[in-house]
Write a protein that binds this ligand. Sequence first.
Ligand code: DSN
Length: 478
Amino acid sequence: FPLAAGSWEDGADVATVHGRQHYRLIHWSRADAELTYRRFFAVNELAGLRVELVTVRTRGDVDPTPLAELDPELAEAMSGELARQRDTLEMIASENFVPASVLQSQGSVLTNKYAEGYPGRRYYGGCAEVDKAEELAIERCKALLDADHANVQPHSGASANQAVYGAFLQPGEKILAMSLPHGGHLTHGTKVSFSGKWFDAIHYGVHPETENIDYDEVERLAKEHRPKVICAGGSAIPRLIDFERFRTIADEVGAIFWVDAAHFIGLVAGKAIPSPVPHADVVTFTTHKVLRGPRSGALVCREEHAKALDKAVFPMMQGGPQMHTIAAKAVNFKECATPEYAAYASAVIENCQALAARLQEHGIRPTTGGTDTHLTLLDLQGVGVTGADAEARCDAAGITLNKNAIPNDPQKPSIASGIRVGTPCVTTQGMGVEQMTTIADLIHEAVTAGDADPEHEVSRRVRSQVTELVEAFPAYPR
Ligand code: DSN
């Protein structure tokens, strides 16, 4: 029997239960698959034998049926979101589909526990078990990223970033970071964020010709302003960052070098791109993007900064840690250390490069001429469509992506001249280069010929092809 405990083959793609239920096991190690299915075993009689049968309907514990009895309105929204994730193409570069191990950890009783403090040094009794979970997360994070120290308590990437300000800067002091319109982040000193209100932020951008980080400008601004902290990283940078150059510049002016690796840490964990860890004083990141863990954050740093950053996370910025989410980070870091995850990380990049190349053939220009990562930032000026219109047209056709400013964008941010497209989700679904060509064709058709009306002929035609794709490569198989 194909799915009896411990009996399925590594790399199995589709299995049959009772001759009628089909599951595609995507990127799962045997251990992950066993762990997931064990929860759903029921004892049955089959051909006179007592065997354990899988009764799971989905890859994860994603069905809110039990909640529906208690709170039908909420369950409807949850089922609706599950259906949306299954039925559309998720091309948002910062999203992914987490495995059941993460859903189970986040849905666990660890949510009940207060554990202010750190393992072995808590302000509450009864922390022995959650201490184990946090220690696992810390040790696995350190091993995965080859770091001296890890703090796994930040609730998000923004919280991890707050800790950097808390540890290294006094209000009014200077930070040098990438500007938001050129690919930076809200928390890197924009005026609408605490980081720009309470700190003196100076911004560098990309070179007008290469559209890549202008390292000479970084150096010039660093020497002119002598910031306390220099930050590399952002949310719309398609190319690799030269961490060595940043380190040299930071050393020249005696600055702390901080890398916000939220977008690409999953590629680093999968050894698909070079790591910032050997070069940076501190690396902050989210855990839910390419990394494919829970919606949360974390940081790693050099030993000399461990105390300051731990104090900045708690008690300076946060109170009680979310132990259920920390447990989910622990299992995520374990998964990310596997060869299967490394293969996934490389495939994410390969897919993104194929997608960008095909879009370029259609006259939709990838900024910087391409991508080294999981995302491509596309300039729509050549096809005469705004980012806002492209987003709405794709949405109507079942393709989810976001409008995005491109470097030196003539449009205001709410309209924008570009879209940002990423491949973490579709790669988790098992899609490859062949499907990327199809997706690029569909994006091109929706953007250039489509309409924000889901009933428009082009929206319908594209959506029917999207349906074929997501049925062949289901996000959460039924
Ligand atoms: N909102 C995230 C993104 O989409 O890139 C960054 O915080």
